[in-house]
Design a binder for this molecule. Sequence first.
Ligand SMILES: [Mg+2]
Length: 386
Amino acid sequence: MILHIDMDAFYASVEELDNPLLKGKCVIVGGQSERGVVSAANYEARKFGVHSAMPVFQARKKCPEAIFLPPRMGRYKELSAKFMSILREFSPLVEPVSIDEAYVDITGCERLFGGINEIAPGIKKRIRERLNLSCSLGVAPSKFLAKIASDMDKPDGLTIIMPEKVQQFIESLPIHKVPGVGKNTHDKLELMGIRTLGDVKKYPAEILQKKFGKFGRRLMELADGIDRSVVTPVSKTKSVSAEETLLRDTDDKQALKKYILKQAEKVGRELRKLDIRARTISVKIKHSDFKQITRSVTIQDPTQSSEVIIREAFQLLENYRMPKEVRLIGVGVSNLVSETESVQVDIFERDDPENSNWEKLDEAIDTITGKFGTDVIKRASLKDEK
Ligand SMILES: [Mg+2]
């Protein structure tokens, strides 16, 4: 069984905790200027329609009496660390997904702490006792259902979806609740008559796959209750990289690109294998005098596409003015998020046809290199440069 635990209105609750005079009032934590956005609103403020990511000026209009506070990230991080360590007292398999949210796999820990009906309330109680904060907790046989469950009874909620209830739950689950279904996808699905996750099963697999690519297939799996993503403690993979010492030192950027290309392919393949995405892409260069530099770029939509990594790494190299010849070059990615999380926040555009085409290409290449080795296929961009 997997748990998803989400602190309630975290930033705002911490502010109330540190200043009890705020209790019962509308509290909004957000950017300090009128141009900023709301980071968190407590439940009193939410009653007025204020929600996170709303521009501050709009929040002020909706809830003029609210108390606006600047975020105190240091304090939130301190409590977040305590929150995560409480979770680790129950299981070593804790995957933080954001400052106030984590998955916990408690399979095998039941004997130690009693059944799920004891562990789940036990965690809530310990968080309440030690931090004096409330959280909402969802329990289910898979990550995606645990996440949906924790959201069902906020704040201070506890929702358990027992394995025998999963199919029934899926049949009636509104499709927009499924992580990754953004507005565009929702509209398309609705047009096809798909209103619940259960409806997905009534549709021919080929059509879903044609319309939505990889995500279509994921929807079909979810409809069958299959979610292959596992709880991955973040410390396990913090970065993925590949590097090589060159046969001969060079400052020829075209020659360096050939190395980058191969390395980026390797890194992309590894990300897809681990089913994680990266936000930061780096190029590392060691010069002939052994001086080392790293150039990085952070992209908006986490990626596991070789093509994107290649593009960004090429750009980093292009922008770099080389003082000396290069003896070693490498490509790396960091700032990793699990697939479930990146789908959940819908940060990358599922409906972007170009993006899904790259994903299809990556898949095809993975299949072939898996069968025949990495030398069989070369991207057009590499061939061009030969
Ligand atoms: Mg939260």
